[in-house]
Design a protein around this ligand. Sequence first.
Ligand code: AMP
Length: 427
Amino acid sequence: MKVLVVGGGGREHALAWKCAQSRNVTEVIVAPGNAGTALESKLRNVSVSAEDIDGLLDLAKTESIGLTIIGPEAPLVAGVVDRFKEQGLACFGPTADAAQLEGSKAFTKEFLERHDIPTATYQSFTQLDPALEFIRAQGAPIVVKADGLAAGKGVIVASTIEEAERAATDMLGEHTFGDAGNLIVVEEFLTGEEVSFIVITDGRTILPLATSQDHKARDEGDTGPNTGGMGAYSPAPIVTAELEQRIMDEVIQPTLDGLRADGIDYLGFLYAGLMITTDGTPKVLEFNCRFGDPETQPIMARLNSDLVELCLAAINGNLADKSVDWDPRAALGVVMAAGGYPSSYRKGDAISGLPRVIGFEGKVFHAGTAMNGDDVVTSGGRVLCVVGLGDTVAAARDAAYAQAGQISWDDHFFRRDIGHRAIARDK
Ligand code: AMP
């Protein structure tokens, strides 16, 4: 069987690499892919963009694809799965109505409130003046969010009233985020520890995936500007069996039940971004309707089960017969980024040191890379995710950093403290 993986980042390299290990898979096509997927055996890149739904449909038909897995959120929110289903093609991911959980923050807040699922208190606004009035009445810190997809930039955690006013004015008054910011959510600032919890589901059966945590801030000590993620590890020691049960009972199960009660069947990966508040309550910060990046990379490095079988079981309604088997070792991924990221950065720098060090227990996943002749060059802000495996998170970290230290290009950087919270907790 041939599999199509849609997207071109580190997440898609990890998903495609895992699909290629499936016994029943002859080839994995990645659209559009990156240099990592171009160089991997059993993988082939085809230059169709992840947002070109007609192009993807043509590709799936001409290549007789047996399963398509969608990596990024934009095509899901735009209805790629609905279009594939209409044509009788197996496509793993939620339909457009279900993907609203990520596509509209106002939809999700209203949904959570109506189904009594814990989340920050909020109000949504389409007019600037009442939004400003609400912000002043609530005080800071406070969080302002653009309703729609904004490439991870639509959330402003404001430490002062002025900052929150500025964010609301940018979104509603100056339309900095285009249509995504015509509706905003202003919500209570939550404190605690952030956790990602990802499941695979057909809407009824829920299989939790291995726990993970990521580091969003650019700089060491979790400081500096927010990024797409500078590293991640799995498992996350904070998620004890007891907390996992609470997350399932109080968040995941009621969310899928609530969707079904509202006439929406959710199929795909469901990613809950949670704040574990000081009293141990898991509160929803956001939902993503797909796998996280970079959490996918360490999680796929630990997955022993056949990913293609799991996705097909969900599509065919027999996920209840499946279980998920994990490598007991820890995995930790360090993102290597281009200087300047998350603001502007240069592209086209040749990357050296990529061949793995002898005995490296792990995998180098590519994100923003491209081929230039025989050279692998940078083509994005987050360039690589170097994943190490080890008996503990600390051992996985050591493996990842030993490998990352061999790789370089002009003006690269990475955080040296990925996993610090888990490692402190383990001690
Ligand atoms: P989101 O895309 O909604 O998950 O927001 C991105 C990041 O902003 C999250 O990972 C949190 O670090 C932070 N954040 C979002 N909402 C809140 C909130 N209500 N309280 C505190 N931090 C938040």
